[in-house]
Ligand binder design. Structure first.
Ligand SMILES: Cc1cc2nc3c(=O)[nH]c(=O)nc-3n(C[C@H](O)[C@H](O)[C@H](O)COP(=O)(O)OP(=O)(O)OC[C@H]3O[C@@H](n4cnc5c(N)ncnc54)[C@H](O)[C@@H]3O)c2cc1C
Length: 455
């Protein structure tokens, strides 16, 4: 057992040496990929989570898309008007339920600031850069570990049933192509050729885009399998432990306070800490004076067993009008359709709204009649850790040995491997491998200390 480092010596290590004791706070897909890459770089890693298994909160039943092409953030020039029109509509794709909640209002003001054309272009650049790097890194992880997680590499087809929305998508798609994401514009005929199951609604299609390199797969299975791999490689897991506070001393984090698996108070110390607690990250950071602009955006998913394989889609899809994403998980464990979407900004509650659940099932039956068995639908809700820009917070904080890898919003599965590898390099004092606005790293366009409170 190595002697505990003082905060000062921990900072020296942060500047370049390896083999530190690192605690990862949170075992979602982002925490587990961070742990994997930290362990690969030679650190002694412990992951802490309140759940009994990894990936049990927002990484449990998401839409499954590895979608570099899904890079246009909610905050874009058309958003303010749409959000206003959607206020109070139970089945709106993006619903702000306004509350007497300072955190919500401050998030909304920041969201509106991100809606200018300039900010949107900047955010798309960040999201595409991280997405491309992350998809490549995921493929490398797959080669290195042999993990299987019902993955498919058939691309993502984004289809439009509204001409105006299709036209509005052309400029962002062009920007994505300029940034290296090959999101090509295709006709309704091409779309049906790529995914024949869309034949039923072909006459309604205004057009589509197709990104052949995008993928899909079960994020929860991936998280659990990668966690198992990490455990075999020596990563320690403290599951069933509730993190109650982070304690600072002399400019560094001194220890984490938990209620442990036996319900007892315990302190755990390390040389460095990575905060990956999803929507709950701001609650843990706030007492340190670090204000993270993350607000929970509740989304829904429905999982349906396939009833007739010939009527079900193979290619992962995005239905622009209904803001739903579709993935298919096929393995010896079964053949399932996963459909996810909708966003509701209403604090931390996760109640399932019947209207929204039924609207999703209705849309599946409209698009792919007879493909799935709606009587066996499994409904789920999860809280996306949303930043106003949909750009995650990855990097340093003003607390010397506390790092962020959080705020992944709608794209945490897509961005997990790239974010995990980047934070592992930053913690190790190595330069990240991509051009991205990392927090606290002096990047010209990284979120400033003022924008993030006292990060
Ligand atoms: C409906 C829906 C569809 C989505 N579809 C997609 C998609 O198709 N593609 C895509 O890329 N992304 C998608 N996402 C987004 C993606 O799922 C999230 O961004 C991602 O799961 C976030 O991972 P995370 O590890 O940051 O958070 P989480 O998975 O929530 O992990 C955080 C962990 O921290 C733990 N924790 C929090 N507080 C404490 C505490 N005090 N003590 C102990 N433990 C704590 C939690 O238990 C949890 O395990 C979707 C999300 C939703 C809701």
């Amino acid at each position: 057992m190595r002697a505990r480092l003082t905060p000062a010596s921990a900072q020296t290590l942060n500047k370049g040496l390896h083999n530190m004791r690192v605690i990862v706070l949170g075992a979602g897909v982002v925490g587990i990929t961070s742990a994997y890459f930290l362990q690969q770089l030679g650190h002694e890693v412990t992951v802490i989570d309140r759940q009994s298994t990894p990936g049990a909160e927002t990484s449990f039943a998401n839409g499954g898309q590895i979608s570099v092409s899904h890079a246009e953030p909610w905050a874009n020039p058309s958003a303010p008007l749409k959000v206003l029109q959607w206020l109070g509509k139970e089945d709106a794709p993006l619903l702000f339920r306004l509350r007497a909640d300072a955190q919500q209002w401050s998030w909304i003001i920041r969201f509106l600031r991100e809606c200018t054309p300039g900010r949107t272009r900047h955010n798309i650049r960040q999201i595409v850069n991280l997405g491309t790097y992350s998809r490549d890194t995921l493929q490398q992880v797959r080669r290195d570990t042999g993990l299987q997680y019902d993955q498919r590499r058939q691309g993502i087809l984004h289809f439009y049933t509204n001409e105006k929305e299709f036209q509005a998508a052309l400029a962002p798609a062009e920007q994505m192509r300029e940034l290296g994401c090959q999101r090509s514009v295709v006709s309704a005929d091409d779309a049906v050729q790529i995914e024949p199951a869309l034949q039923t609604v072909k006459h309604q299609l205004a057009g589509a885009t197709f990104t052949a390199e995008d993928e899909s797969g079960d994020a929860n299975l991936f998280t659990r399998e990668l966690a198992r791999h990490c455990a075999e490689a020596g990563v320690r897991f403290r599951m069933g432990c509730h993190i109650t506070a982070l304690h600072e001393a002399g400019g560094s984090l001194d220890h984490v306070e938990i209620t442990n698996e036996d319900g007892h108070y315990e302190r755990i110390q390390a040389d460095a800490y990575v905060l990956s607690a999803g929507s709950f990250s701001p609650l843990l950071a706030r007492p340190l004076g670090i204000t993270l602009p993350i607000y929970p955006a509740k989304g829904y998913s429905v999982t349906l067993p396939v009833a007739d394989a010939s009527k079900a889609y193979e290619v992962s899809l995005t239905d622009d009008e209904f803001k739903l994403v579709f993935s298919r998980y096929t393995s010896s464990a079964g053949d399932r359709l996963r459909i996810a979407g909708t966003a509701e900004l209403n604090g931390y509650e996760r109640a399932l709204n019947r209207v929204r659940c039924e609207a999703i099932v209705r849309r599946v039956e409209q698009l792919f009649p007879g493909a799935a068995d709606p009587t066996q639908a499994q409904f789920w809700s999860g809280l996306r850790p949303a930043t106003p820009s949909n750009v995650p917070l990855i990097g340093k904080t003003r607390v010397g040995n506390l790092y962020l890898n959080t705020g992944h919003g709608t794209l945490g599965w897509t961005h997990a491997c790239g974010s995990g590898k980047s934070i592992a390099r930053i913690v190790s004092g190595l330069a990240p491998e991509l051009d991205f606005a990392f927090s606290g790293m002096g990047h010209a366009s990284s979120p400033s200390a003022a924008a993030l409170g006292r990060v």
